[in-house]
Design a protein around this ligand. Structure first.
Ligand code: BTN
Length: 244
């Protein structure tokens, strides 16, 4: 991938800037970063606090792929983030996990967030896909429903400038594999780092909470929950927490 990087001091949201550029016809490979975001977006309509020192980056992709396949890309992104963190701090390796669908954790605390936004084109194909990534390099929010952390708190000194090339390198590696071989190799690598696999979890959906054991990831990226009676259910959206 040939990346073209534009950086801003402050912007509403790097995802929003990529969307504007995509609508104006920008080609795949655009990278937008900002030192600060004034309207950073998180998953499920939440805000993403965006102070100086953390990394806020969005990528523009135009894969000639079916819209449905976009979900599998989120696993690719978290794998790339996990490997970039590992490259920055090899001693942390065993403590870095990937949480379904796309958070990266250190010792169970959230280090990064990923927001994919896509526009569908004709014939069931993606028109464009925006990959937004926020990495807590020096700060993490103190009041989240789950534990959070940042790299500085883990004793790792990284800046947005030092971390971005690591991230783009790992992303490029996995994106090429996804283009050539599909989701299978990514699914395999992600599962090796999966947080909570084989364990009881609580899944918070928009209108209900369910408990079961996280037993697998299917070929579309859905989390497979198994209940006490052996029945299984595929989860495609929700928040996952450890359960007793
Ligand atoms: C989450 O809720 O976990 C996802 C957070 C994604 C935040 C990143 S920061 C860069 C990009 N621009 C945004 O407005 N959001 C994403």
């Amino acid at each position: 991938m040939q990346w073209r990087h534009t950086s801003f001091e402050a912007i509403d949201s790097t995802n929003e800037e990529i969307r504007r550029q995509a609508e104006a016809g920008a080609a795949e490979g655009l990278v937008v970063t900002a030192k600060r975001q004034t309207a950073g977006r998180g998953r499920r309509g939440r805000a993403w606090d965006s102070p100086d020192g953390n990394l806020f980056v969005s990528l523009l992709l135009r894969p000639q792929r079916a819209t449905m396949e976009a979900a599998t890309l989120s696993f690719l992104v978290s794998l790339a983030v996990a490997e970039a963190v590992e490259a920055a701090a090899p001693p942390l390796a065993a403590r870095i996990t990937c949480k379904w669908p796309n958070d990266v954790l250190i010792d169970g605390a959230k280090l990064s967030g990923i927001l994919l936004e896509s526009r569908n084109g004709q014939g069931g194909l993606l028109e464009h896909l925006i990959v937004g990534i926020g990495i807590n390099l020096v700060w993490h929010p103190p009041d989240t429903p789950y534990p959070a952390t940042d790299l500085a708190a883990q004793g790792v000194a990284e800046t947005p400038e030092s971390f971005l090339p690591r991230l783009l390198e790992r992303f490029g590696f996995w994106y090429d594999r996804w283009q050539g071989q599909g989701f299978a190799p990514i699914r395999e690598a992600w599962l090796k780092r999966a947080q909570g696999i084989g364990k009881p979890v609580l899944v918070r959906l928009s209108n209900e909470e369910i408990q079961g054991r996280f037993v697998a990831l299917d070929e579309t990226g859905a989390l497979i929950l198994e209940f006490a009676d052996g029945a299984r259910r595929a989860i495609t959206a929700g928040d996952v927490f450890p359960a007793a």
